[in-house]
Design a protein around this ligand. Sequence first.
Ligand code: DHB
Length: 369
Amino acid sequence: MLGRLLEQARIDAVILERKSADYVLGRIRAGVLEWGAVDLLDRAGAGQRMHAEGLVHHGTALTFDGDRLHIDFTGLVGKQVMVYGQTEVTRDLMAIREGTTIYEAEDVQLHDFDRRPWVTYRRDGTTHRIDCDFIAGCDGYHGASRASVPEGSIRTFERVYPFGWLGVLVDKPPVDPELIYAHHQRGFALCSQRSPTRSRYYVQVEAQEQVEAWSDDRFWDELRHRLDPETAERLEIGPSIEKSIAQLRSFVAEPLRFGKLFLAGDAAHIVPPTGAKGLNLAMGDVAILADALIEAVQEGSEAGIDSYSARALARIWKAERFSWWMTSLLHVFPETGAFGRRIQRAEFDYLSGSRVAQQSLAENYVGLP
Ligand code: DHB
């Protein structure tokens, strides 16, 4: 997205990608876009297929031990979200962007980003060098960018959750027109979707769980257990076309600027998936960063790049809070015991009876400005 926004402003940007294009397009990621991300895709000229094939969702359901609560986004805050796979967003941006992407770039190293930055990488056994004005570190949690920053210049904040999500993709119609976030005493479950014929389901599993231990049958049995009986009855199952486990983590690095290097997306922060904020936060970062870089290049003003870190972090921490809160409400935490479960139940009951509390959930879910 950043590469596309810059090229629209006639600023050259080279993207270095460690994997192949096929690998990138084969990864199954998140599926819910805030309207800010929808607008950004439109600005990038890449929104056509999303509007044709994406599903506008006006609400979502939460269940707690079988009791159901509907959150009506449109009625509560007058906004919606778009269900459209992150992989499809990537595909559309790859298709429209004209600038250079170097796939299978190995051993990426950042140099002199305090003054005149340059980047080296290896491809087909040869080392290459790119001299540049700025480096955008959009290379994920395990990438080279954040790792290049001297330890004393960066502070990190982290919470690792004692569980993961086991996800299954299946070519069957979604069990419900809306997403269902389910708290059950056996653990969290989520019924999501990618299209009218393709569904995405998740169950909370223990932190060290191996995907090999989960046959399709075991997954479907566990999911049915955690849904209210009427939903479980309607669930259509089939062979999984993708199955994987993701660990849950909250993480923020501060600041996001180091001279001519800027961190964005998962390089700078991780949210647990509950609430679908990961992709949306990354989009928020690059929306701010693109405008800041355009201002710096076209107008010679550093005001935007000077304020990038503070502006992005203000938004990031609010999404961190929301994702942590959704995770805390909906998962089973082995360490909090019976008291913890009663508090979660009280939270659910409070939400059920309070329009104000529902508005807060909806406001955060559809995305803060
Ligand atoms: C999906 C993932 C999420 O974390 C979420 O909150 C909603 C949907 C998904 O992959 O479809």
